[in-house]
Ligand binder design. Structure first.
Ligand SMILES: Nc1ncnc2c1ncn2[C@@H]1O[C@H](COP(=O)(O)OP(=O)(O)OP(=O)(O)O)[C@@H](O)[C@H]1O
Ligand SMILES: [Mg+2]
Length: 623
């Protein structure tokens, strides 16, 4: 069967309309002679002819022919088939194993692999398939040529070949005026289309080409806007034109010494003419000139340039690779606003780093994170996701850390407003700054907005007095309802002093939940210690003692005590050459040096606050 398959070695434009197929034998003197003519023919018809070589070693006459064929295939496995083909078909080439190994070395192949594959006959089955095909196609001597399936007979085949090629070119190209010289044929074919740089004027036509509905369900890796952005920013791009018509485009994007071929597009009428390969070749020249060393190309299902074209242009497929994609939640439009607000993305995993505090975590996970993360399900079941919550508790219990953890779990940007920084000169300035900040926040697609020490801007108003501070509280009260109307956002306010908040502020309808974040209980303290001691070399530790000694410690106190212990050990090693492992004694000593944030009175007040203000199932911990 003379139809070209993926197994075949193809030279020239992969999509050239005329296929010249040779069954050849590397030891056959006629094949060697023909190799020169084949090279000349490819040079003469660069756009219209592709050449395929199949093995047909005649082992009865040529004892080294089969091994030479194996050598060419082994070189092909290392992307050097045609280089080896040329060496083997040199008039004086020797084909014994040592000479083949020399050729492999000269081509810079992995000679060990090459030797193993040749002597292990790794490609013999392929050669036998070629021979079998040849016999089916009626090959009785070498070289045997076929032009678009038509067999060329005769002792000096290349003369017949020339005529047949011209006839074939005529057949694929419509009318070819008269019997012209081969040079004219080439000229005529070349005039059909040409490849040049992408100009700004090409954009409209290019967009029409790029914007056709994709046959596959998956969006292409590089979409229309990516392509437009690339050509606008003068990334390397070429077009193929036929007269005034834009037949195709090839666009790349360069980063350092790497480039991606983003898309090769061809109008439907211009497929299978080698235009895609020609554009790729031209694009590559520009990329190399731009200092690119590695070119990558991602094919989607209905790419107009096929894997074969790339493989024969020297690209190596990384089979089994899967494209993983992550779309960062902050688009370029939001990024500017986020920058103005000093916002950022919180690293993934921040939520998991919260040690202990199991009840608080579970509560926030169920009431806050999941309804926001599963909005369709929530809506279907009539659950309105929360838009604003208050976290209250003594200092250092982890309110800010929880807020960041929520942003991390949701994958939303985190914006913190600092009342003290917004204040400016006067309370009137603070109200205006708040208004401005909320207006900016409204421009973000999604956001966790965090306001710490919220009592500073939502403190209780005194009845029958009008103060500027009250104006701020009023402003804050006004800002929350419109904030709640937008989706994919959450306001988290935190305070150490929930009782100082204006009662209207905490009302239902403004805040969905008022959640206590209390001092860590025993289990939480142990989990938090585990987290901070993980970085400290230590032997067996009596955790019961450590947890007990750190009663009334907040997570912040534990973090501080762990650092103190690390400092203690560091100085011991440095100054006393003492042992490097922290002991229970070291930790307990560090604890004794750390001032507790909590007092029984603070805890008692917190418990009372839970009774008075908490608006969820209280998740209290006993310190
Ligand atoms: N559950 C936890 N596990 C480990 N570390 C924690 C935990 N909670 C808080 N921390 C750490 O304790 C320190 C104080 O936490 P954070 O700032 O979140 O407390 P806060 O309640 O916001 O304090 P403040 O009321 O002073 O604003 C931070 O360094 C944080 O990393
Ligand atoms: Mg805080």
């Amino acid at each position: 069967m003379t139809k070209v398959t993926a197994d075949d070695h193809v030279r020239g434009r992969v999509y050239a309309p005329v296929t010249v197929l040779e069954y050849g034998d590397y030891e056959c003197p006629y094949c060697r002679g023909a190799a020169r003519d084949v090279a000349e023919m490819l040079a003469r018809y660069p756009d219209t002819v592709r050449f395929v070589f199949r093995n047909f070693p005649i082992t009865q006459l040529h004892p080294h022919a089969e091994q030479a064929a194996e050598a060419a295939e082994a070189a092909g496995a290392q992307w050097k088939f045609w280089e080896m083909y040329e060496l083997l078909l040199q008039p004086a080439s020797r084909l014994d194993l040592d000479s083949l190994l020399d050729c492999a070395a000269a081509l810079d192949l992995d000679v060990g692999r090459f030797r193993d594959e040749v002597t292990g006959h790794a490609y013999l089955p392929k050669i036998e398939r070629d021979v079998h095909e040849g016999i089916e196609d009626g090959v009785n001597a070498t070289p045997k040529f076929y032009v678009n399936g038509e067999r060329i007979d005769g002792k000096v085949p290349l003369e017949g070949l020339e005529d047949t090629i011209r006839a074939a070119v005529r057949a694929v190209s419509g009318s070819l005026p008269g019997a012209r010289a081969a040079g004219r044929v080439r000229h005529w074919c070349m005039a059909m289309w040409r490849v040049r740089d992408f100009h700004a004027d090409d954009l409209d036509a290019a967009v029409r080409l790029w914007d056709k509905p994709e046959a596959s369900s998956e969006a292409p890796a590089f979409g229309l806007s990516d392509l437009i952005a690339a050509v606008r920013s003068h990334q390397p791009a070429v077009v193929a034109v036929v007269g005034e018509e834009l037949a195709g485009t090839a666009v790349a994007t360069v980063s350092g010494d790497r480039a991606w071929v983003m898309r090769i597009s061809l109008g439907a009428a211009w497929r299978h003419r080698g235009i895609g390969s020609a554009m790729l070749g031209e694009l590559e020249r520009r990329l190399v000139a731009a200092g690119v060393h590695r070119i990558q190309c991602l094919l989607d299902g209905d790419s107009e340039i096929g894997p074969l074209a790339l493989e024969h242009s020297g690209y190596r497929a990384h089979r089994g690779m899967v494209l993983y994609e992550r779309v960062e939640p902050v688009g370029p439009a939001s990024a500017g606003v986020l920058g103005q607000l000093g916002g950022r993305m919180v690293r993934a995993g921040a939520w998991d780093q919260l040690g202990g505090m199991v009840r608080e975590k579970e509560l926030i996970e169920r009431r806050v994170i999941l309804p926001l993360a599963q909005p369709q399900l929530a809506e279907r079941l009539g659950l309105v996701p929360p838009r604003a919550i208050v976290l209250f508790g003594p200092p250092g219990t982890g309110k800010t850390t929880f807020a960041k953890g929520v942003a991390s779990r949701l994958g939303w940007p985190f914006v913190e407003l600092f009342p003290s920084r917004l204040a400016g000169e006067s309370p009137a300035g603070l109200a205006a700054a708040l208004r401005e900040s909320f207006a900016l926040v409204a421009e973000l697609d999604k956001v966790v907005l965090f306001i710490d020490e919220v009592e500073e801007i939502a403190g209780s108003r005194q009845p029958r007095t009008v103060s500027a501070a009250q104006g701020v509280t009023n402003e804050m009260l006004k800002l929350i309802p419109p904030f709640r109307e937008q989706e994919e956002r959450l306001l988290i306010c935190a305070t150490n002093s929930v009782r100082a908040l204006d009662s209207a502020f905490l009302r239902h309808g403004r805040f969905d939940y008022v959640i206590p974040i209390g001092p860590p209980d025993r289990a939480a303290r142990e989990a938090i210690w585990d987290r901070y001691l993980a970085a400290l070399p230590h032997g067996e530790l009596e955790m019961t003692a450590i947890v007990e000694e750190s009663r009334l410690f907040t997570p912040a106190d534990i973090e501080f005590a762990a650092r103190r212990a690390a400092q203690l050990v560091f100085e011991r090693v440095l100054f006393e050459h003492g042992h490097e492992e922290a002991s229970t004694g070291d930790i307990v000593h560090a604890i004794s040096q750390t001032r507790r944030t909590l007092t029984p009175q603070v805890v008692a007040e917190f418990e009372q606050d839970i009774t008075d203000y908490a608006r969820v199932l209280a998740c209290r911990s006993t310190p």
